[in-house]
Write a protein that binds this ligand. Structure first.
Ligand SMILES: O=P(O)(O)OC[C@@]1(O)O[C@H](CO)[C@@H](O)[C@@H]1O
Length: 656
């Protein structure tokens, strides 16, 4: 076993475990970091960290099972034949939050990363084990799996949980796939191979990838999605919200004048934002029901109402309004209610600049088309002449230029890097539909996961499920209290008529290629986005063709920011560390301890009021980096270059 003393303590080194030089280290947010060996560092055990406020703590106790656990570092050494001498080995565990500018990591005991690895993920794994034993016969019959398949998968989850809670080294992958080989290479490259000692991102992604391997190693569970049942319930729980949004969509997709179009664009961005509260990973797989959450919050507010606002002084001033005592679950009302929780709001900028850029792109495409269409006409003419002369001459195939050489896209495209399925995906689809219907873009590409990921992330199958479930919904119910009510005061009936119409339209868009679903491997790699160019240059190139890329949710945000605890006032653009294939939009409720682009003093103010505000998902940001790398002829051709295209046309990458 490698000596823990040899492991670099990140707070000391001033560089990330991957060796990336970091800016000068400043003090830890909420307290100065205790460095092992320093007087401030106490080897004493600190009281266990409580879970984020409002979340049920169903976690099991952290069982210390062998010398790989964190207490190992403070146990006395036994010297054979000599006296017992207590030697305090320098521990990589620090009793602090994540120091500024360091990666999020399980070694910082006051961080959400530590709490997640220690409490949250073991609970998620335990729930899978429970589900497998409870639903064994259904799972077997649905998948054509054997007892042995199920037993093997279950054992792999038990082992994974044990390895995690005892902070073992990562196990290499044994399944014989190219993807597993890559993972093994990346594991070899890690300086720290233990769950808590490496970056949170690597460990957490490894856990979800390893879960998948448990199924890949069986015969009958190859396509089994252990989170599917939870994802389906999540959809059902929020159909009422979808019906409310669908009803408003009717006016949003009609041709409208400029100002209304901009206002609707902004509204839909905000609907997309607050839909990101519906994430099953933060809730440890428990259903997130926004209607119930609104009812609970209303009840809480009624029990302890906020003090009335002080009277406003001065002539002609409006009297201050008492805050409403009802928290609505109507998604449109929610936007107003949560106004103060939206910490950075670039939505107006986004609405303006996406439209402007789309118009410019459309012009460029038309200009290219004018030239190539001219050529096509000629070809047609030549073809006719040819036909007259040579009978049966075949028509030339559509020429798709080499993506590495193309500097103008084939269509005006908006990309959405999806996060959660269910209501959140529904909201993303609404925004996409709006952009297409208003002719702002011609096509929307949805990037989804190629395996079950962070419980509720969208896979291709989930994508189809949501659209079909909308198309076939026959929801009809009295509006829950707090939702839109009729003018007459009568209870309003919420129906799925417009939801079904949306579902049908989305199916059509899929058939026509206006909506495209892409499940690239990269999204389930452990790499942060600044490294995309290195690990997947093809995907980077594809993204470059977008008019803008919207990254949804917290995990995408963590990857955008390199999973590093930036000084919160660092500019959003700087925190992207050069990853700007196209203009970047980040739409995220805050569920991890990192953020950039905050106004001065805001972080301190929020932390003084609630030190766990970054773990709750109650706050949000809509951020924009308008730049985007210029699309030049690539100095690094497509990785499939010349395989089938011979440098002329591209039959491979039709998704560009
Ligand atoms: O990406 P999402 O769905 O918004 O959030 C994913 C999430 O719940 O998972 C991570 C921990 O497992 C957290 O960073 C984050 O809160």
């Amino acid at each position: 076993m490698s000596s823990p003393a040899q492991q670099e303590t990140p707070a000391k080194g001033g560089s990330s475990p991957k060796g990336t030089p970091l800016p000068q280290q400043s003090p830890v947010k909420g307290g100065s970091p205790a460095v092992p060996g320093s007087p401030a560092h106490s080897p004493k055990k600190s009281p266990p960290r409580s879970p984020p406020s409002g979340k049920a703590n169903t976690a099991q106790p952290f069982v210390l099972q062998n010398s790989d656990d964190e207490d190992y570092y403070t146990k006395p050494d036994f010297i054979y034949g000599g006296p017992f001498i207590a030697v305090n080995k320098p521990s990589p565990f620090l009793d602090t939050g994540t120091p500024i500018n360091l990666p999020l990591q399980g070694t910082f005991k006051k961080s959400f990363a530590y709490y997640s690895l220690k409490e949250r993920i073991p609970v998620i794994l335990t729930k899978i084990i429970d589900y497998l034993s409870r639903e064994a016969s259904n799972i077997k019959s649905a998948n054509g799996a054997s007892d042995e398949d199920l037993r093997n998968f279950m054992q792999s989850v038990v082992k994974l949980k044990n390895d995690l809670v005892t902070n073992k080294d990562y196990d290499p992958f044994t399944v014989d796939t190219e993807n597993a080989k890559k993972w093994n290479m990346w594991i070899d490259d890690q300086e720290n191979k233990k769950y808590f000692n490496n970056t949170w991102m690597f460990s957490e992604c490894y856990l979800y990838r390893k879960l998948r391997e448990g199924c890949e190693l069986t015969k009958g569970l190859q396509n089994f999605d252990y989170f599917e049942a939870q994802k389906k319930s999540a959809f059902d729980n929020n159909v009422e919200l979808m019906c409310i949004v669908a009803d408003k969509m009717v006016t949003m997709v009609n041709k409208s004048e400029k100002d209304k179009r901009k206002a609707d664009f902004i509204t839909l961005l905000k609907i997309c934002l607050w839909a990101n509260k519906c994430d099953l990973s933060l809730s440890l797989g428990s259903q997130v029901n926004l209607i119930q959450a609104a009812k609970d919050a209303t009840e809480k507010l009624r029990q302890s109402p906020p003090p009335p606002p002080p009277p406003t002084k001065g002539k002609g001033k409006e009297p201050a309004q008492q805050a409403p005592l009802v928290i609505s679950h109507d998604p449109f009302q929610m936007i107003l209610d949560l106004k103060d929780k939206l910490l950075v709001d670039d939505s107006a900028k986004i609405a303006d600049q996406v439209v402007t850029k789309s118009e410019a792109m459309m012009k460029a495409i038309n200009a290219v088309c004018a030239t190539s269409c001219g050529r096509e006409e000629k070809t047609e003419k030549e073809g006719k002449e040819g036909k007259e002369g040579k009978e049966g001459k075949e028509e030339a195939p559509k020429q798709i230029p080499c993506p590495a050489k193309m500097t103008v896209p084939q269509a005006v495209m908006f990309d959405i890097v999806c996060d959660n399925t269910g209501y959140e995906l529904f909201a993303d689809l609404c925004l996409a539909h709006f952009l297409v219907a208003q002719k702002i873009v011609q096509k929307v590409r949805f990037h989804v996961k190629d395996m079950p990921w962070f419980i509720s992330d969208v896979t291709e199958k989930d994508f189809r499920y949501v659209i079909d479930a909308c198309t076939n919904s026959n929801f009809s119910s009295e509006a829950s209290s707090g939702a839109t009510e009729g003018d007459t005061g009568e209870a309003k009936i919420i129906k799925a008529d417009n939801l079904r119409t949306l579902g049908q339209q989305w199916n059509q868009y899929l058939t026509d290629g206006v909506f495209q679903v892409m499940a690239e491997e990269f999204w389930t790699y452990p790499h942060v986005y600044r490294d995309m160019k290195k690990y997947d240059p093809n995907l980077y190139r594809k993204l470059q063709y977008a008019v803008a890329i919207m990254f949804k949710g917290d995990l995408n945000y963590r990857k955008l920011l390199g999973d590093r605890n930036w000084n919160p006032t660092t500019g959003f653009e700087a925190s992207l560390q050069g990853f700007i294939p196209a203009p970047i939009i980040a739409v995220r409720t805050v569920k991890a301890e990192l953020i950039s682009g905050l106004p001065k003093g805001k972080w301190d103010q929020l932390t003084a009021a609630d030190e766990k505000w970054m773990q709750s998902g109650d706050y949000g940001v809509i951020q924009f980096c308008a730049k985007g790398e210029a699309l030049k002829v690539s100095d690094r051709p497509c990785m499939d270059y010349c395989k089938t295209c011979f440098g002329v046309t591209c039959p491979e990458h039709t998704d560009i």
